[in-house]
Write a protein that binds this ligand. Structure first.
Ligand SMILES: NC(=O)c1ccc[n+]([C@@H]2O[C@H](COP(=O)([O-])OP(=O)(O)OC[C@H]3O[C@@H](n4cnc5c(N)ncnc54)[C@H](OP(=O)(O)O)[C@@H]3O)[C@@H](O)[C@H]2O)c1
Length: 334
């Protein structure tokens, strides 16, 4: 009997998740029944929302219990198909846990093209890229003349959002923590300017780079950046509220945002939930494909090797130490 390895939850985290909250278990390889696909994982996606989900703080979804499989997309290859719509060898994206070989429900699985790197289907073309597209083009409707600011800009959501905004004609200013991440913004993603929010004078730098003020601000981190960014927003500016990474594991909920500022700025506050845009995934992929081919849209991956590396790779993401899309390479091909 062949065996496969999977990372499962070992204990329920009570604070920011750490590597010791997980364990690698070995199981007999599963089989695919009707309506299922047996899939060999190439890459596992690790995403910030999983940390909140583990603590029962994500969109009302239940927290996994100790011993349970973990949420998140995998890209892999079909080994056996219980659905005539999928063939052995198809490249697919779906959820099956952080496992080397697992089972996806075919109704919730997308076939993706094999002509792009497999990892791209979890990052720039995956859920983070779709989030960026939705916020920039469907909610904020960014175009030529906009001054676009975004934080956590070295990550897959922020980095992709900035690149889309630039392609659409906006001036782009990215905020990130530390000089290494800031270099990625200007040297790889092509932002017009990068602001290191760890520098004591970052607000002055941000004000100078966004002068006379952002017309669109895309928020991924939380109030420590949103508040100064709101103060620099132009009248009738748009704010995409996408993520609150700095608050996910805080003991207390974030302070209230003063709504008077929203009124004074005549600001449009646009809440974003990517689930709403899942039915339009192929629209984003088709738009992005030529941009990727022309080198206008690039991605940076932060990849760890092997299923056993997933707990520490996830802990790095939880600490904000990732440099690009957090991934685990689960097997050699791809
Ligand atoms: N609304 C939706 O539907 C949706 C969908 C996908 C993602 N999101 C959200 O979008 C944001 C970006 O996602 P991503 O996948 O691209 O993540 P990511 O940027 O790869 O990682 C999160 C980043 O947040 C920053 N950060 C600031 N304070 C932090 C803290 N206290 N703890 C941890 N990280 C901190 C770090 O970057 P710096 O060091 O540069 O600050 C970190 O690298 C997240 O908030 C995520 O939850 C929302």
């Amino acid at each position: 009997m062949s065996m496969v390895r999977e990372v499962v939850l070992k204990r329920a985290p009570t604070a920011t998740p750490v590597a010791e909250d997980f364990e690698v278990v070995e199981r007999a390889a599963p089989t695919a029944l009707s309506g299922q696909l047996l899939v060999r994982s190439l890459y596992q996606s690790l995403d910030p929302y999983v940390g909140s989900r583990l603590r029962g703080r994500h969109m009302g979804e239940p927290a996994p219990a100790p011993g349970d499989s973990l949420p998140g997309f995998s890209v892999g290859e079909v080994l056996a198909s219980g659905d005539p719509a999928f063939a052995v060898g198809d490249r697919v994206v779906g959820e099956m846990g952080w496992t080397e070989v697992g089972v996806m429900a075919s109704a919730e699985t997308r076939r993706v093209s094999g002509d792009l790197p497999a990892a791209a289907h979890l990052g720039v073309l995956g859920m983070p890229g779709l989030t960026a597209w939705a916020g920039v083009t469907q909610l904020a409707k960014v175009g030529a003349g906009d001054i676009f600011s975004v934080d956590a800009a070295a990550g897959p959501v922020g980095g992709t959002a900035g690149q889309i905004a630039r392609i659409l004609g906006a001036r782009t200013v990215g905020l990130a923590g530390g000089p290494e991440k800031c270099a990625v913004l200007t040297d790889i993603y092509g932002f017009d300017a990068a602001v290191d929010y760890r520098q004591p004078d970052w607000i002055q730098t941000f004000a100078r780079e966004t002068a006379p003020g952002s017309t669109v601000h895309f928020e991924n981190v939380g109030l420590s950046i949103l508040m100064p960014a709101m103060q620099r927003l132009q009248t009738y500016g748009r704010v995409v509220l996408c993520g609150m990474a700095e608050h996910y594991h805080a003991e207390a909920p974030p302070a209230q945002m003063p709504v008077g500022m929203v009124i004074g700025k005549r600001a449009a506050m646009l809440g974003l939930v990517v689930y709403d845009f899942y039915p339009r995934w192929s629209e984003w992929v088709e738009l992005a494909r030529p941009w990727i081919a022309e080198g206008k849209l690039v991605s940076v991956d932060d990849v760890s090797e092997g299923v056993e590396s997933a707990p520490e790779q996830f802990a790095r993401l939880m600490r904000g130490e990732n440099r690009g899309k957090a991934l685990v390479r689960m097997s050699d091909a791809g």
